[in-house]
Design a protein. Structure first.
Length: 317
């Protein structure tokens, strides 16, 4: 999947390719990383059949006054453009942009007009789901996401109870395979979600924040592969390094690069960027650096000097 943004938020023009495995977005605040996430959310909402022209209006650069988002996936192309002051947005669609029409905020979209994206946006301790059968706008914490009653509402329609329970046990086993190897903890659902260590059970509030966040990232990435039928699953992890020990970061990079879903790790950490750069030769991992309204992939040593300078309070540039 290729996403091109022109005059969207702080981005003058940016082109990012999101394939299976891990993609890192590195850059300072207000450089456009979250703008790409918002564009992905817009596309995922459109996948549910609503134009959401108002959402695009909010993304347009107020100085340039017009902008566009181009989504390409396989032979499908969708271009969404808007100029401030006009009513509605323009959609151009088809394998060769074969048609176009004006749409308004809540217009329904034909199946052929919809971008096939399901988005899983991980915040600090919760995940927002877009483009799948979920309560959009509702944050799902780990205990919600892995509650059998909630999960069946997301993935269990059309599944017999026994089939769903097999799916649930398999998902939990996959999460625990990595979680236990990384941290010595495993997840267990009884009257609620608990962390098990040895023979002891702990409420999530009694477990280290980094372990909880790692479990949320693992569960979301594995769930995305299973539930996004007919759509490209995109997992966006905001502030990837937040609360995570460097050992956890290294292990997560290795696991996430092997996923069939597209996983985006948004980061301010030079450690994460360096680790991904070193791992790139193994495949299924890439990075984009956001700065000055554009994105690029050339590594400049000054990037890392700037981070060190911020940590120790000394100007090294």
């Amino acid at each position: 999947m290729i996403l091109t943004l022109v005059n969207i938020g702080p981005l003058k023009e940016a082109r990012v390719e999101l394939g299976r495995g891990l993609t890192v977005f590195y850059g300072p605040n207000a450089s456009g990383k979250t703008t790409v996430a918002r564009a992905l959310r817009l596309l995922a909402l459109m996948n549910m059949g609503v134009a959401n022209a108002g959402e695009l209006m909010e993304l347009i650069n107020r100085v340039k006054r017009e902008g566009k988002i181009v989504y390409e996936d396989g032979g499908s192309v969708l271009e969404i453009s808007y100029a401030l002051g006009e009513r509605g947005a323009w959609l151009k669609f088809g394998g060769v942009l074969s048609g176009e029409r004006r749409v308004y905020a809540n217009d329904r979209l034909e199946s052929t007009d919809r971008p096939r994206i399901a988005m899983f946006w991980i915040l600090h301790d919760s995940v927002m789901l877009y483009g799948i059968k979920a309560q959009e706008g509702r944050p799902y914490e780990l205990a919600d996401l892995l509650a059998p009653s909630v999960l069946r509402g997301l993935v269990g329609e059309g599944k017999a109870l026994g089939e769903f329970l097999d799916f649930y046990e398999e998902l939990l086993a996959k999460v625990n395979k990595y979680l236990e190897a990384f941290s010595g903890h495993a997840l267990e659902y009884r009257d609620g979600l608990y962390f098990r260590r040895g023979i002891h059970l702990f409420h999530p509030s009694r477990v280290a924040e980094g372990v909880r966040r790692m479990a949320l990232i693992l569960a979301t990435a594995l769930l995305a592969e299973a539930v996004a039928e007919g759509a490209t699953p995109v997992v966006y992890v905001e502030e990837f390094e937040l609360s995570l020990h460097v050992d956890y970061l290294e292990l997560l990079i290795e696991v996430l690069r092997r996923r069939s879903a597209a996983v985006v790790a948004e980061t301010h950490s030079g450690f994460v960027l360096r680790r991904v750069y070193e791992t790139k030769s193994k495949g299924d991992v890439q990075y984009y650096i956001f700065e000055d309204g554009t994105v690029y992939t050339e590594i400049d040593p000054k990037l890392f000097k700037r981070e060190i300078a911020a940590m120790i309070g000394v100007n090294m540039l």
